[in-house]
Design a protein around this ligand. Structure first.
Ligand code: FAD
Ligand code: MG
Length: 351
């Protein structure tokens, strides 16, 4: 079978043009700045972020959320110069670097998921992310020797987060942290915190498909959150998560990828081989209360694969997970049954 997206989008650059055109269209459609503004979309933290106020709040609340998102980007992006993450990476093997409390919090969470997964999830995957360059102009299949040279630099145990001193230190020169797998979730939690402080009673926060809902729907019914079809264009869904509140986050092979010589290379990397994870999965969705956990976990479960991933999800209170494989087979953890409902009959629910 074709890999998700393989025929749909042949090259990285055309994909980017499409993404930016789509982003521009959404922005042009949604961005109004009158006082009665209820919804805003902007391109920040590498994706289109949309916040919709359902009940309560005003344009000032939206201003506050988007300025916080930009602040998080300017602290935690591994893709930009001048961020704290950039400074930490530059000083790897040399010295500890002052880092703000929110960055230390996100990094400590990432290190926890690294522990939980025995390093399948690892925020020090940065050298490999940069080598592959997936989603950037420089994306390419590296030579095995290049990967082998960088693999020893991946090692979450060599990260020291010192809360008393307010610093982060990477023990070996060449190490790099990348918080792309978890910081969007934190950003969604921060958006919800700010809206709550601003007396917003109900809202939908969508950070590039990382969804968090705040409060209850006005009709008292569950929120119905669509889960992306890994094989089809954005906005096509295969299931809904029916929730009273909380967050729904999906990690998938269709998010960032390129195709070379007919092979699909996606952005979630196997820290043992240094290459994209190949375990038959095309997406993992996590439903939870807190978005940093759902984001960290969706990538962790993907990297672990179904057997180990579903066991980890079940061990965590309040976590529901859905695994979709390349044969369109869908597996739900026991807690997810009744919460996630398959809506596309071309996918098959299996035990
Ligand atoms: P997830 O599954 O949540 O995470 C996948 C990402 O995690 C990969 O892209 C990689 O970055 C990392 N990763 C890969 N393998 C592993 C692993 N085994 N363990 C742990 N992590 C792994 N994109 C841009 O193009 N330009 C930007 O300027 C930019 N700035 C950003 C700033 C911030 C603060 C954040 C949070 C993201 C930014 N991004 C940017 C996007 C980022 O680079 C990732 O592509 C994106 O966060 C992936 O999110 P996801 O939900 O699709 O995938
Ligand atoms: Mg993630």
């Amino acid at each position: 079978m074709n890999h998700p997206g393989e025929n749909r989008v042949p090259t990285g650059s055309s994909r980017r043009i499409l993404a930016f055109s789509a982003a521009f269209f959404i922005l042009a459609t949604l961005c109004s700045c009158d006082e009665g503004e209820r919804q805003r979309a902007d391109f920040v933290i590498g994706t289109v972020c949309t916040v919709k106020l359902v009940s309560g709040g005003d344009a000032g609340a939206l201003d506050a959320v988007f300025s916080r998102l930009r602040e998080i980007e300017s602290e935690m992006s591994a893709n930009k110069e001048g961020t704290f993450v950039d400074a930490i990476n530059d000083a790897a093997g040399i010295k500890a670097v002052p880092a703000p409390a929110d960055l230390r919090f996100v990094l400590a969470k990432a290190l926890r998921y690294a522990e939980e997964s025995g390093g399948a999830f690892d925020p020090t995957v940065g050298p490999l992310v940069r080598l592959w360059g997936i989603g950037t102009e420089g994306e390419r299949v590296p030579a095995d020797g290049e990967i082998a040279a960088l693999l020893p630099l991946v090692g979450y145990r060599d990260v020291a987060v010192d809360d008393a001193a307010g610093t982060v230190f990477l023990a070996r020169k060449g190490m790099r942290i990348d918080l792309g797998a978890i910081a969007k979730g934190y950003a969604a939690d921060e958006a919800a915190r700010i809206l709550t402080e601003r007396r917003v009673r109900s809202a939908i926060i969508d950070l590039g498909g990382n969804i968090k809902v705040l409060g209850r729907k006005s009709d008292g019914k569950d929120w119905r959150i669509g889960i992306q079809d890994p094989f089809n264009e954005r906005g096509t869904t295969i299931a809904t998560a029916n929730v009273k509140g909380g967050t729904v986050v999906t990690s998938g092979v269709y998010e960032r990828f390129f195709v070379a010589d007919g092979v699909h290379y996606h952005h979630i990397l196997d820290t043992a081989t240094g290459k994209p994870v190949r375990n038959g999965l095309v997406s993992v969705t996590v439903v939870a209360d807190v978005s940093i956990d759902a984001d960290g976990l969706s990538t962790t479960l993907f990297a672990l694969g179904y057997d180990r991933g579903s066991a980890l999800a079940e061990s965590m209170p309040g976590v529901c997970a859905m695994f979709v494989d390349e044969g369109k087979k869908v597996r739900l953890t026991p807690r997810a049954r009744g919460v996630i409902v398959l809506t596309d009959p071309s996918f098959v629910l299996v035990d």
